[in-house]
Write a protein that binds this ligand. Structure first.
Ligand SMILES: Cc1ncc(C[n+]2csc(CCOP(=O)(O)OP(=O)(O)O)c2C)c(N)n1
Ligand SMILES: [Mg+2]
Length: 804
């Protein structure tokens, strides 16, 4: 380490850190106690989880934040250690007392560290265990990607650090990430396991540390086990000490936890009964009071500042490291070690005794230096020089210029997926600012999602150059699979969770590395559900990316069953931070992609636009649901007005006439059926309208926002869909249709009170041809006509065949 952290802390520094550790533990404990017992709690909901789990990390986080970390380091903090994190930020002057007092309350510090909701510089949002851990690994890969492309080299490399609960390692996504990290040459990543041997419900299995050690080593990680603190190590050197060490090493986790909870007298009884020898070991035990014995036996390395500081300062390489730190859940609190302590909260009496033990006067609970043995001025001076807080941590990043139009040659018959491939091919051909910053990623479906042409042009990313052997052996192949540090495609293994966590890391590069990327991830639409929680967290922490999901729905007919996505349009509608589109034509896709390049770069606060009532200035990520179905394209000029309507979510492909009785509203690949149905009905129903819906999500969001605006008194607020539907007569019926769940468009009837028959897919698919399946699931032209006939009065519609 170049910046001096390798120096051993002086006795004075150690004393200060020891006081800060106490203060951090107190502030975190008081924050939780205050939220649960003292703040007016109108709904009576008390939630544990934080007290014991936080205390477990108090020492480790003190060592990190007040000494080991540098501003360029980024940390994912275990969800329940949130109060410790906020307490540390409070001491550093970056968190307000009010937010601590309001912990878990309205606008207060968040229950789980949150990049977007907290105001004290959280690096990664955590809460769903396992995700933050893996995010550090992918953030490290992204840092390498950025630097390999020659960007951000003026800034020092950071370490990506995760504070991991031991039971958190049950989450499979962590292992998927470890495997991927090994493939990609992971560096600069530290995972610090809080080995308190407790989960939420229980005490964990014996000997887990050995499995972890073997596992991490197998994937090229260094493993550092920090088990005994300085007091214990000293005791082991006394006569009889070796026996004591053996006893501890063999002590089952359950028993150790129980003794921690019971305290000094219980330790004495158990040790003397178990291994007392009337000689050296007995003397070692007898020389200590109950209190001293309890302190000795709980002096695990994860609560021993000198051991932790030394271990962190010693690391002088960039290999990934796993620290296994033995700790005690609920350390220094009355329920330390108790297996039920996850939900444990201090009683008022227990809080009183902790206050007394910490020398804190009533009314001075929030004072930063109350009750500490070192002068406040000296502590303050120390805090002002903490290296972590010495530099900027969130970086501004320039906006990448976006062309008004993404060029593409549109074939007369073309699928949206093929259109996507052609658009990226064109992009890859050009030397534009945006093309430089695009980085694609796919979990082993690069070719089958049509990224092949782009990858041929731009190459794959790897730390080392690696040529495509097929090419060098002159074996004909459509794809040129050359790896290099300049490549712009990250080829992932199949684990979809990894794709979403990587997109999350790529999509935060502007803030973390000060270098903006335009990430595009591709996968099969049904497998969004495989990584949905990771997608949710990526959106929650405001990562910016474009997700291209293709193919989708029963339209990928011969694939059958669960390969055919049903619920994803509803995910697109409901997922916050993600604008979902499902275009039918390639010119629509081109307009949406150009919009997306810009939209994912926006982060301004802004008023809702009077046009669509969406707060587009804030930006977000984009989801494109595409299809492999070849569709006859419409030859038309892309006017500014049409482009805008496509982006806003809908346009009239055939406006309803004044005597309109039926409107067909469609989304995506079912467009030929919708057009055909309108044609068939034309003879018997007058002025039938055909509404092209390119984004049910944005239409719906604009509609609800405009209603809210009217309720606030902005009586003229009209959303895009309200304007489009303004002239549809009220007796008109609407048939909606898409290859996805019918609820996606069913709400259109509520916009102006029309009757709606929503068609779509509700049940698992099966193999077959597109016509067979569309007929079976009732989204073909005949089903649309039948729905229209049932909805609207008038003579029977000719051409209507009986439905099967
Ligand atoms: C994905 C997910 N599942 C379940 C939970 C609920 N949960 C919160 S903490 C926890 C146990 C954590 O144990 P550990 O990681 O060992 O942390 P400790 O509390 O011991 O510090 C569980 C199951 C969650 N937050 N996220
Ligand atoms: Mg645990």
């Amino acid at each position: 380490m170049a910046d001096g952290a390798e120096t051993k802390p002086s006795a004075n520094e150690l004393a200060i850190l020891g006081e800060l550790e106490k203060k951090v533990l107190w502030l975190a404990s008081w924050t939780i106690h205050h939220a649960n017992h003292l703040r007016e709690n109108v709904d009576g909901v008390k939630v544990g989880g934080h007290q014991a789990s936080s205390a477990s990390l108090a020492t480790i986080m003190t060592a990190l934040y007040f000494r080991a970390l540098r501003p360029q380091d980024r940390v994912a903090v275990k969800p329940h250690a949130s109060p410790i994190y906020h307490a540390i930020q409070y001491l550093l002057g970056r968190q307000s007392r009010q937010k601590l007092e309001d912990f878990r309350g309205y606008k207060g510090a968040q229950s789980y560290p949150s990049r977007s909701k907290d105001t004290d510089d959280v690096d990664f949002s955590t809460g769903s265990v396992g995700l933050g851990v893996a995010q550090t690994l992918f953030s490290s890969l992204v840092q390498d990607y950025v630097r390999a492309h020659g960007w951000g080299l003026q800034r020092p490399e950071g370490r990506m650090i995760a504070l991991v609960g031991d039971a958190e390692l049950d989450e499979g996504n962590i292992f998927e990430a470890i495997l991927e990290g090994w493939k990609q040459g992971l560096r600069n990543c530290w995972w610090i396991i809080d080995y308190n041997r407790q989960s939420l419900d229980a005490v964990i299995r014996e000997g887990l540390w050995a499995r972890y050690e073997a596992l991490f080593k197998a994937f090229g990680w260094d493993v550092v086990i920090l088990k005994y603190g300085a007091l214990l190590q000293q005791a082991f050197r006394e006569p009889g000490g070796e026996r004591l060490r053996q006893w501890i090493d063999n002590c089952p986790n359950q028993l150790y936890s129980a003794l921690v909870f019971q305290g000094g007298a219980a330790w004495r009884r158990r040790l003397l009964d178990g291994i007392g020898d009337q000689g050296a070991l007995t003397r070692l035990i007898e020389a200590r009071s109950d209190e001293e014995l309890a302190r000795l036996m709980t002096n695990l390395a994860g609560h021993d500042l000198p051991s932790l500081l030394e271990a962190f300062a010693k690391i002088d390489h960039d290999r990934p490291i796993c620290f296994i730190c033995y700790t005690i859940k609920g350390f220094a609190l009355p329920f330390a070690g108790h297996k039920d302590n996850h939900a444990g909260l201090m009683t008022p009496a227990q809080a009183e005794s902790l206050r007394a033990a910490m020398n804190i006067r009533p009314g001075h609970e929030w004072d930063k230096f109350e009750g500490l043995a070192i002068a406040p001025a000296e502590l303050q001076r120390f805090l002002e020089r903490v290296p972590f807080a010495a530099g900027p941590r969130r970086h501004p990043a320039a906006r990448i210029e976006v062309p008004a139009d993404v060029p593409v040659t549109i074939q007369p018959v073309m699928s949206t997926q093929a259109g996507f491939g052609a658009l990226l091919n064109e992009l890859g051909r050009a030397q534009s600012a945006i093309a430089e910053r695009v980085v694609t990623a796919s979990p082993d479906v690069t070719v089958s999602t049509n990224l092949g042409a782009w990858v041929n042009r731009r190459g794959l990313f790897a730390h080392e150059k690696m040529a495509d052997t097929f090419k060098s052996e002159r074996i004909p192949s459509t794809f040129n699979w050359d790896f290099s540090p300049k490549g712009q495609h990250i080829e992932l293994g199949i684990a979809e969770m990894n794709l979403f966590i990587l997109l999350s890391a790529l999509g935060l590069s502007h803030a973390i590395n000060g270098e903006r990327l335009i990430p595009i991830g591709t996968l099969y639409d049904p497998f969004i559900q495989r990584g949905l929680d990771a997608l949710n967290y990526a959106c929650y922490q405001e990562a910016r990316f474009i997700l291209v999901a293709t193919p989708s729905g029963i339209t990928l007919a011969p694939e059958g069953g669960a390969h055919q996505s049903i619920a994803t349009p509803l995910i697109g509608l409901a997922q916050d931070g993600l604008a979902a589109f499902e275009p039918a034509f390639v010119d629509e896709l081109a307009a949406i992609l150009a919009f997306a390049f810009d939209y994912i770069q926006r982060d301004a606060e802004g008023e809702a636009s009077e046009r669509n009532w969406l707060r587009d200035e804030t930006g977000g990520s984009v989801y494109l649901r595409l299809s492999t179905r070849p569709i006859e394209q419409i030859k038309r000029a892309m006017t500014g007005e049409l482009r805008q309507a496509i982006v806003d979510g809908a346009y009239w492909q055939r406006p309803p006439g004044p005597n309109c009785q039926v409107v067909v509203a469609y989304t995506g690949a079912v467009v030929p059926e919708a057009i055909q149905a309108v044609g068939l009905m034309a003879e018997d129903r007058r002025d039938v309208g055909l509404l092209a819906v390119t984004s049910a999500d944005r239409l719906n969001a604009g509609w609800t926002a405009a209603q809210r605006a009217r309720e606030r008194g902005l009586v003229h607020a009209r959303s895009h869909i309200e304007k489009l539907m303004a002239d549809i007569p009220s007796h008109c019926g609407i048939v909606t249709v898409l290859d996805g769940h019918p609820a996606t468009l069913a709400w259109l009837g509520a916009v102006r009170g029309h009757r709606v028959r929503p068609l779509g897919v509700e049940h698992f698919g099966q193999t077959g041809s597109i016509p067979e399946l569309y007929r079976h699931y009732g989204i073909d032209a005949n089903a649309i006509v039948a729905a229209a006939a049932a909805l609207t009065p008038g003579r029977p519609i000719r051409h209507l065949k009986a439905l099967p």
